[in-house]
Design a protein around this ligand. Sequence first.
Ligand SMILES: *[C@@H]1O[C@H](CO)[C@@H](O)[C@H](O)[C@H]1NC(C)=O
Ligand SMILES: *[C@@H]1O[C@H](CO)[C@@H](O)[C@H](O)[C@H]1NC(C)=O
Ligand SMILES: *[C@@H]1O[C@H](CO)[C@@H](O)[C@H](O)[C@H]1NC(C)=O
Length: 193
Amino acid sequence: MIGLSSSPIAVVFSVVLLLFCFSETTLSAPCPINGLPIVRNVSELPQDNYGRPGLSHMTVAGSVLHGMKEVEIWLQTFAPGSETPIHRHSCEEVFVVLKGNATLYLAETHGSSPGKPIEFPIFANSTVHIPINDAHQVKNTGREDLQMLVIISRPPIKVFTYDDWFMPHTAARLKVPYYWDEQCVQESQKDEL
Ligand SMILES: *[C@@H]1O[C@H](CO)[C@@H](O)[C@H](O)[C@H]1NC(C)=O
Ligand SMILES: *[C@@H]1O[C@H](CO)[C@@H](O)[C@H](O)[C@H]1NC(C)=O
Ligand SMILES: *[C@@H]1O[C@H](CO)[C@@H](O)[C@H](O)[C@H]1NC(C)=O
C-alpha cells in the first residue's frame, strides 16, 4: 500500500487519495434515498457544473436524490455568456430569478421543429413560466451572474435537446437521466411511484 511508504510525495498522495475517497463517500451518500432534511443550509449543499462551463447546479429538493414525488427544485447560477441547451420537457417549470439579467428564448409554436423563438428579457425578481413542451433556452446575456431557483413538476426530468431551433422534433435527443440525476439513478430505479 502507498500509505506504508514514508516519502513526502507518497504521504501527500495518500492524503489526497484519502480525501478523494472521503469526498466520493460524501457525494454518493445522498444516493440511497433517505428523504429530505427538514431544514438545510443552502451554503452547504453540494454544487457541480456537470461538465457544462459556467454552470453551478444544486439540487435543493430532488426526486432521485431525496425521493420527492411531485416537485423538484434546483438553484442554478450561470456565468455571463453561458446558457442552457435548447430543450423541452413535458413537465411544468417555473423560474424565480434571484440575481442577474438574461434572455429567455421560447418557441411557442408546435410545428415539426421548434422554429424561431421569441425573446424575453428576464431579470432579478422576475418569475418565468415555461409552458409544457415549449422548446426554450436561457442565456445569460447580462454582465453579472444569473441565479435562479428552478421548480419543475413530475420529476425526475426527462429532457429532449436540440442542436438548433430548426432541428425536427423527431431528431431531438432524449437525455434521461439528466446530468445531475446520472450519478444516483441506478439506486432510484427500484423506487417506482
Ligand atoms: C450556513 O453555512 C455557511 C457555510 O458553511 C455558514 O457560514 C453559515 O453560518 C451557515 N448558516 C447557519 C445559519 O448555520
Ligand atoms: C438588469 O435589468 C434591470 C431591469 O431591467 C436593469 O435595471 C439593470 O440595469 C440591469 N443590469 C445589468 C447589469 O444589465
Ligand atoms: C423583489 O420584490 C419584492 C416585492 O416587491 C421586494 O420586497 C424585494 O426587495 C425585491 N427584490 C429585489 C432583489 O429586487
